[in-house]
Design a protein around this ligand. Structure first.
Ligand code: DQA
Length: 141
């Protein structure tokens, strides 16, 4: 089983970016934690891009059995990412570190959610772990 983990804009700045909202862990550390949780149950591929096109191209070309996607702010307005998710058959789980429903109103709406298999938000680095676990269970791994 292969899982692709995609992080969108500004998530490369974790550790420095608004630590009161996103915590102090870097993306590299979050990826490490996820890899140690998954162990040998799946192969993980990590990808981060600040551009919408980069994320879309990666979704199109993925050979993964499932995708964990934190689309960052694109979550709230990228119909193009919504459509890209619908182009592929592998399940995509939307994740957010923060609880987007407790934050500014414009973050309450996800335009990608309806294209995804499910969503996890509000658990920090554990949001990625829970999303990967959901994909593993879906595959019976
Ligand atoms: C985020 C939430 C988004 O609203 C925000 O734009 C981000 C991060 C999260 O992980 O909590 O960049 O996706």
């Amino acid at each position: 089983m292969k899982i692709l983990v995609i992080n969108g804009p500004n998530l490369n700045m974790l550790g420095v970016r608004e630590p009161d909202v996103y915590g102090t862990e870097t993306l590299a550390r979050i990826n490490e934690k996820l890899a140690s949780y998954v162990g040998d149950r799946a192969t993980l591929e990590f990808f981060q891009s600040n551009s919408e096109g980069g994320i879309i191209d990666k979704i199109h070309s993925s050979d993964a059995d499932g995708i964990v996607l934190n689309a960052g702010a694109y979550t709230h307005y990228s119909y193009a990412i919504h459509d890209a998710i619908k182009c592929i058959s592998a399940p995509v789980v939307e994740v957010h570190l923060s609880n987007i429903y407790k934050r500014e109103e414009y973050r309450h709406k996800s335009v990608i959610a309806a294209a995804c298999a499910g969503s996890v938000c509000g658990f920090g680095a554990d949001s990625y772990v829970l999303a990967a676990e959901a994909l593993l269970r879906k595959k019976g791994v």
